[in-house]
Ligand binder design. Sequence first.
Ligand code: GLP
Length: 255
Amino acid sequence: MEVIIKETYEEVSKFAAELIADVIRRKPRAILGLATGSTPLGTYKELIRLHKEEGLDFSRTVTFNLDEYVGLTHDHPQSYHYFMWENLFKHVNINSKNVHIPDGTAKDIPGFCRWYEEQIVKAGGLDIQLLGIGSNGHIAFNEPGSSLGSRTRVKTLDEKTRQDNARFFRNMNEVPKYAITMGIGTIMDARQLILLANGAGKADAIQKTVEGPITAMVPATIVQLHPKATICIDKAAGAKLTKEYPAEPRVLVLS
Ligand code: GLP
């Protein structure tokens, strides 16, 4: 696991976008795992710029999103469907047939979750999974206490997560109580992980994720076991780390 600390959120976003763009350039039919929340917004902005100004081609790219609130329709402004189309998909040349986002309105949720897992496998598995982190250490909607081997399923949201996400809704009552989420096992199967965080509100979660023991009570700590994971954060999110970390990836120079 590589930890990279950038000065600013903009630099974190550029780094993540470049990593994803590199995967797409090397493999036009790349299978991307995508995330929502405020953290990846800068990454999506930069990917849109790379598409518009440098011709980054999404026409064959396949995407799978991490999660979706149960009960929100695709056109609900707080649904992750709406978020992804507004903040990325409608600005690039992606084929809508290649976009996969969990369906929070599915009648048979367990059946849908099995189908979602099968689609990821059928597509060839995730080449890179983008992740944010909750202030309680969750990844996707795998809340503290989630099985570290879990697959796509429905989860009850933590009160802390509902409070954190209440800022996007009119009041607490409107914040959904359940979500469909890729499991921790599903995320760990991706060939590469990039976890982003910015701001002082994530400093505790990042310290535990990078330097703490692996525990289901801080689901992001599982990333320590991934063979190809990068954690890229800004100074504020890294403020509680006790070791030194570089600003650029380590490059091994063999003489
Ligand atoms: C939500 C999402 C996560 C995201 C987290 C942090 O709960 N399900 O995927 O990482 O929020 O969000 P933010 O980036 O807005 O802090």
